[in-house]
Each structure stands twice: as structure tokens, then as C-alpha cells.
Design a protein. Structure first.
Length: 345
């Protein structure tokens, strides 16, 4: 049987209209624009309006991806939604989105923190390779502004809201995920944690007074972890292909901190100019950061339809994931507005 590949045939992203700059934060917390930029590279972030939720942002991104792919919602066989900030613990936010876009497909929520989208694209590839599904909607979405303590300058300046989505479709042409790596090390799992709200520490008046409903992060430990795992993970993903780093057109990293991206570039021996960087405009949007950056790269014209890209992520867990992704192969016709002109059956 001829091998099937999961080709990205459509994409879309959504970020809220409201822009919260570092200068805005200067007015309400003890920080400065220069302090934030020096330590993170972040200049601004997007914050949801009161009526917006993870489900509504996901739906906006999904509808744009569906339109980009030139398909209908009923063509979707499976929905995977990566997030750590669902609307509710139950029902699954993926099921909410399934209803909201008008799809008739199984749907599940994937929670691995900032690595969620890359975990998701690797999972989607397995479903397509085995022939179980032909058209998969993958979404990465986060609404972090409601889970940070806006009095804690060490965390609130880091995060933003948004969503990104791709349509992955079965193809006989070598494309999609050509190699991947995923891992988890729970030794320092409390380095990124939201202590309250789960079964271990349900929300109570006392826990909320202690601020346990907010996201906590040990920035130093996360930095050390990220700089240790990102480069080797990318090399392991590349080792599954016939490609070298020199043959990768763009690296799309998790947008947590510009200093981490710079460190990864140095350790991999790759110029920073080869990285898609959006952390300055959108801050850390966790599972949404890579799809938002990917769509931004395509929209800006940096990423071309025939490029080969390397996705690299790390996050809560602590987890890591990378993937080598081929867009449209050189010998397949393309259109300017979309990645493909013809879909494989």
C-alpha cells in the first residue's frame, strides 16, 4: 500500500483586537518597557474582549483555515484542539468548536502546554498514515490573560491570547511531517503550574485568596530546560529524514522568550534570521504560538509554499516536541493563495 502523508492545505489565525503594550503595563504594575524588552523581547500582546473565549478564538481561526483550504466543515474527519485554557473542564472545548463550525467529526482536546500544537501535528500524521482519517483540523489556542496575576510582573508581562489552525489532508506526495520528536520530563513539572482548580487542589475561598488560580512559573528553570532540550530534539527529528539543517528553509519556534530563541540559534549554529519571530508582537501564546507564527510567516511572504520548515517547542510538563514539515513538494502545482492546487484522494 502506498504511504500516505498529511499535507497542510489550509491555515488561519485569530488574535484579539485589543493590544496591550508594555507602556500600558507601566501604568499599572512596577515595570518598564525597557525591562520587559531586555528580558523577553516582548513589546506588546493581544488580550481578549469580555465576550471572547478559547472556543470563539478557535472557531475564528478554524473557519479561516477551512476557507483557505477550499473545503467545507463537513469534509473534516477529526478535530484536535491543543490548549491549556479551555472554556470549561467539561465539556471539551474541542466539542464546542466542532458544533460551532458545523462539523460532524470526533473531537478531542490535547493538553501538553506550549508543545500542544506540535504534539497535535505529529498525532494527526499518524491518523492519516494509517488511513483512518483523510482531513484533520488542528487548532492551537490559548486564553492566558484570565489565568495570570496582573499584579505579578514576573508572569503577567509574558503572555497573550490567540489561536491558530491548519487543515491537514491525506496526500500521496511526500509532504507534511517527515520526521518528529516528542518527550516529557516531569522531574520539574512544577516549574510551570496552575496550582488551583484541579482535583489535587480544588478552588476554594482559601486557595483563591492565596492566588492558586493563577499560572506560576519558575523562569530560570524553564530557561535552563528549554536551552537544553530544543537543539537535540530538532536534531532527532532531522535524523528521521534525509535533510540537514542547511536544507531547512525556516525554523518556527515556540514564542516564549526572544532570549531562548537566540540561545537556540546559537546552540544549533543557525542564524537568527532563519527563525520566524513574532514574540515581540504577540508575546507567549502557549499552544497557539507556533501556528500563529506559521500563519504570520506565510501571510508576510517569508514562508513560501514549497518550503521545508522545522517546528520546535517546549513547555509545561516539562515537555518538548519538534517536527520537520514539508509544505508542497517542488513538483506539485501550487496557487498563490493556497498551498495546493489539487488535493490527493
Amino acid at each position: 500500500m502506498e504511504k500516505k502523508y498529511g499535507r497542510i492545505v489550509g491555515w488561519g489565525s485569530y488574535v484579539p483586537e485589543k493590544i496591550l503594550t508594555n507602556y500600558d503595563l507601566e501604568k499599572v504594575i512596577d515595570t518598564t518597557h525597557e525591562w520587559i524588552v531586555q528580558r523577553t523581547g516582548i513589546h506588546e500582546r493581544r488580550v481578549v474582549a469580555p465576550e471572547e473565549t478559547t472556543a470563539t478564538m478557535s472557531t475564528n481561526a478554524a473557519n479561516r483555515a477551512i476557507e483557505s483550504a477550499g473545503i467545507l466543515a463537513e469534509d473534516i474527519d477529526l478535530i484536535i484542539l491543543a490548549t491549556s485554557t479551555p472554556d470549561y473542564l467539561a465539556p471539551s472545548v474541542a466539542s464546542q468548536v466542532q458544533f460551532m463550525i458545523g462539523a460532524d467529526a470526533p473531537a478531542f482536546t490535547l493538553m501538553t502546554g506550549c508543545t500542544g500544537f506540535v504534539y497535535g501535528i505529529n498525532i494527526a500524521q499518524q491518523f492519516i498514515e494509517t488511513g483512518v482519517y483523510k482531513t484533520i483540523l488542528l487548532i492551537g489556542a490559548e486564553l492566558l490573560s484570565r489565568f495570570v496575576d496582573w499584579n505579578d510582573r514576573g508572569t503577567c508581562v509574558l503572555f497573550g491570547d490567540g489561536a491558530g489552525a491548519v487543515i491537514i489532508q491525506a496526500s500521496h506526495q511526500p509532504s507534511g511531517v517527515l520526521g518528529f520528536d516528542m518527550g516529557s520530563d516531569g522531574t520539574n513539572s512544577d516549574a510551570i503550574i496552575r496550582p488551583g482548580g484541579g482535583s489535587a487542589r480544588p478552588l476554594t475561598a482559601e486557595s483563591m485568596a492565596a492566588g492558586e488560580q493563577y499560572l506560576k512559573m519558575n523562569g530560570r528553570e524553564v530557561f535552563k530546560f528549554a536551552t537544553r532540550v530544543v537543539g537535540p530534539s530538532c536534531q532527532r527529528a532531522l535524523a528521521q529524514t534525509s535533510l540537514t539543517l542547511d536544507e531547512i528553509d525556516w525554523i518556527v519556534p515556540h514564542q516564549a522568550n526572544l532570549r531562548i530563541i537566540q540561545s537556540a540559534a546559537r546552540s544549533m549554529g543557525v542564524p537568527l534570521e532563519k527563525f520566524i519571530v513574532t514574540v515581540d508582537r504577540f508575546a507567549n501564546t502557549s499552544a497557539a504560538s507556533i501556528p500563529i507564527a506559521f500563519v504570520d510567516g506565510l501571510s508576510s511572504g517569508k514562508i513560501k509554499p514549497t518550503d521545508t520548515i522545522l517546528l520546535a517547542s517546549f513547555g509545561a510538563g516539562l515537555t518538548w516536541a519538534s517536527a520537520v514539515v514539508q509544505l508542497v513538494p517542488q513538483n506539485v502545482p501550487v496557487q498563490e493563495e493556497r498551498l495546493v492546487a489539487e488535493f490527493a484522494d
